[in-house]
Design a protein around this ligand. Structure first.
Ligand SMILES: [Zn+2]
Length: 116
């Protein structure tokens, strides 16, 4: 199953357009309703509270960047070649990218390990 296409965005306004102190909202693709109003596909409501508003917003920013980060990782993974036997920073970074892609897509982690 594929995720809602990017780009995603986030904001502090709930579905009524009112600013919400306690939550942040992440939304996907926008489309126009039959009555001409602009609507976004809701992705999630990020929990928070008044004392951690900055953390809530940081979490919403990170979630909204997910499709962009996944696409960037997939592009990089196409170009990175990392031998299983190598422990250099570049190869470890490549394996971390493959692992992150697998986490996002729930695919088995096929990242080569250092074990022969
Ligand atoms: Zn290497």
């Amino acid at each position: 199953m594929n995720h809602t296409p990017g780009p995603w965005s986030w904001n502090k306004n709930n579905w009524r357009g009112e600013e919400d102190l306690y939550y942040a909202y992440v939304a996907g693709d926008r489309y126009e309703n039959e009555d001409g109003t602009q609507v976004s596909t809701g992705i999630c409501r990020v929990e928070g509270n008044a004392t951690s508003q900055r953390t809530t917003e940081a979490n919403a920013r990170l979630i909204s960047a997910a499709p962009d980060l996944l696409a960037a990782c997939e592009r990089i993974a196409e170009f990175i070649d990392f031998p299983r036997s190598c422990n250099c920073d570049r190869c470890e970074a490549g394996r971390a990218i493959i692992s992150a892609i697998a986490k996002a897509k729930r695919e088995p982690n096929n990242a080569p390990t250092n074990q022969a």
